[in-house]
Design a protein around this ligand. Structure first.
Ligand SMILES: *[C@@H]1O[C@H](CO)[C@@H](O)[C@H](O)[C@H]1NC(C)=O
Ligand SMILES: *[C@@H]1O[C@H](CO)[C@@H](O)[C@H](O)[C@H]1NC(C)=O
Ligand SMILES: *[C@@H]1O[C@H](CO)[C@@H](O)[C@H](O)[C@H]1NC(C)=O
Length: 497
């Protein structure tokens, strides 16, 4: 009896200590909500905490990003026949996010042995269509509609033909559409279908608000906010016609469940991934790149920008911030240089800032882009587009570089989750400048430390392998649900934890 009491008292003490630690942490995290480095307020570490070792997870209702889970590296013995609908197949590496996602994911799945049929539009110059060394990767091209979409009745006929092809006859195990590649009018018939969203109207409203706040009085209003809200309502109505939804950021997963009211077990978060064999840390390549472009040793801070140099991506803001900093601060002018990769109207303006401080490199092929990331100290993405999840941030992280980006929900929720991987700024000129000065004063030593954390995080979450393994498992799960497999692929036990 006495022993039981003693045990109870010490148990009670433990509990008190535990409560004390928890409340201390929550106060601390309240006080330092931005810069806190304490493990108590580190969403990166909070991820996956709901899991205990060897716990069996019901994947379809798993609330976090599937990138948290360690699916087996080896492909499953069962090879799926997968139909993919994508408006446009990328021909060059400078494609948009949706196309890059389609390319990276489905080449990876083809590598894993699955039979992939891609239904996409034919390019203007058919002989320029890329070729791949996979006999199990098939393209079915069709002429786009006047608005550039997939012609739904043509692709449906092509799909039906392939669904009854093969000997013995083999229907598709699963259908994947990148955004509205396959429209809801056709999709509603399919239970073994997943749609990946790369930008939804609800996110776009945030971009509209930012653009409206930054608009100068003489510029006309770009979008009607009322029209956008109507668009959200339309999406809420037709999204439910798709059986399964893949959100490419935690934020969008949340919006799909709460605002779009899609049942939880039909919304899955799988973050974008990039090719980790191309985008990796390579000190020597970075050094050579700097030497080839004649960057002097006196430049102790090399900033990098990449992508389309257009207004949407925040380049007017970035340009103005740099212009002011170069003008007002002689020390910054001497010690900092910005490398700009990519093309677009703002390229020539950046060039106007003088080659002593800004080098405009033009668009770079993937391998060269990887060297570019390795040559810089920090990657900056001032994007004002809240839609989707920018691949450039992930590429820079996999190359071991910290990132500075706009404080958008998709970015703070899934990528720059704390100050250990980089910096975020609310999109105003003043706050961007403040963030840039902060980066500059932190200097190379601090940036290298953050870069290493960014690389670890990149490898853990944003590799193409990780993304493909998660999609593969989702596809196995939803195809088995529709009657294909005997084993339940929707349950998962992560024994590597
Ligand atoms: C989890 O499973 C693995 C492999 O089956 C085993 O080696 C390990 O001890 C288990 N861990 C726990 C905490 O049960
Ligand atoms: C079409 O693409 C091929 C291969 O890239 C190229 O050699 C050819 O000149 C192109 N034709 C036209 C009309 O652009
Ligand atoms: C594909 O073929 C299978 C097997 O014949 C059939 O059950 C299924 O309905 C077909 N899918 C579509 C969308 O027609």
């Amino acid at each position: 009896m006495a022993r039981d009491n003693k045990a109870m008292i010490s148990g009670f003490r433990c509990l008190c200590a535990f409560i004390f630690v928890i409340s201390a942490c929550s106060i601390a995290s309240f006080l330092y909500s931005c810069q806190c480095t304490s493990p108590c307020h580190d969403p990166g570490r909070e991820w996956g905490q709901s899991l205990t070792p060897n716990q069996t997870i019901d994947l379809l209702s798993f609330p976090e990003a599937w990138n948290n889970l360690n699916f087996p590296q080896v492909p499953p013995p069962w090879r799926m026949k997968i139909a993919v609908f994508v408006k446009k197949w990328p021909h060059r590496s400078q494609a948009g996010g949706l196309e890059r996602h389609a390319l990276t994911l489905h080449l990876e799945l083809a590598k894993r042995g699955h039979e992939i049929h891609i239904f996409t539009t034919s390019p203007i110059n058919a002989s320029s269509f890329p070729k791949y060394p996979f006999p199990n990767l098939h393209f079915h091209l069709s002429k786009p509609t006047a608005a550039g979409y997939l012609d739904q009745s043509t692709v449906w006929d092509q799909f039906q033909a392939q669904n009854s092809s093969g000997s013995p006859r083999r229907p598709f195990d699963v259908v994947h559409t990148e955004s509205v590649g396959l429209m809801h009018t056709r999709s509603r018939k399919l239970t073994n279908l997943a749609v990946s969203w790369h930008g939804i109207a609800y996110e776009t409203i945030h971009s509209d608000i930012i653009q409206e706040l930054l608009r100068s009085p003489e510029e006309p209003q770009a979008y009607s906010l009322t029209e956008r809200a109507v668009k959200v309502v339309e999406e809420v109505k037709f999204f439910r016609s798709y059986a399964h939804h893949v959100a490419t950021s935690d934020h969008v997963g949340d919006v799909l469940k709460r605002v779009y009211m899609i049942p939880e077990e039909r919304v899955h978060v799988i973050l974008n991934g990039v090719d980790e064999e191309i985008f990796r840390s390579d000190f020597k390549a970075g050094k050579n790149f700097r030497r080839n472009f004649g960057i002097p040793k006196s430049k102790t801070l090399v900033l990098g920008i990449a992508g389309r140099l257009v207004k949407d991506k925040g380049h007017p803001l970035m340009f103005e911030a740099l212009k002011q900093m170069i003008r007002e601060n002689a020390k910054f002018r001497e010690t900092a240089i910005v490398l700009v990769a990519g093309d677009g109207p703002w390229g020539s303006r950046y060039r106007g800032l003088g080659s002593n401080n800004v080098l405009v490199l033009g668009p770079l092929e993937q391998a060269q882009l990887a060297r570019f990331y390795n040559a810089i100290d920090i990657f900056i993405n001032p994007t004002l587009r809240a839609q989707g999840l920018d691949h450039t941030l992930l590429e820079a992280m996999l190359c071991g570089k910290p990132v500075l980006a706009t404080r958008l929900a998709s970015i703070t929720g899934s990528v720059i989750v704390n100050g250990n991987v980089g910096y975020t700024f609310p999109p105003t000129l003043e706050l961007l400048k403040r963030a840039l000065y902060r980066v500059w004063s932190d200097g190379r030593g601090v940036l290298e430390k953050k870069g290493e954390v960014a690389r670890q995080r990149g490898l853990q979450f944003f590799s193409a392998t990780k993304m493909a393994a998660a999609y593969e498992r989702l596809f196995l799960c939803i195809s088995s649900m529709s009657g294909g497999d005997t084993e339940n692929q929707c349950q998962f036990e992560d024994s590597s934890r």
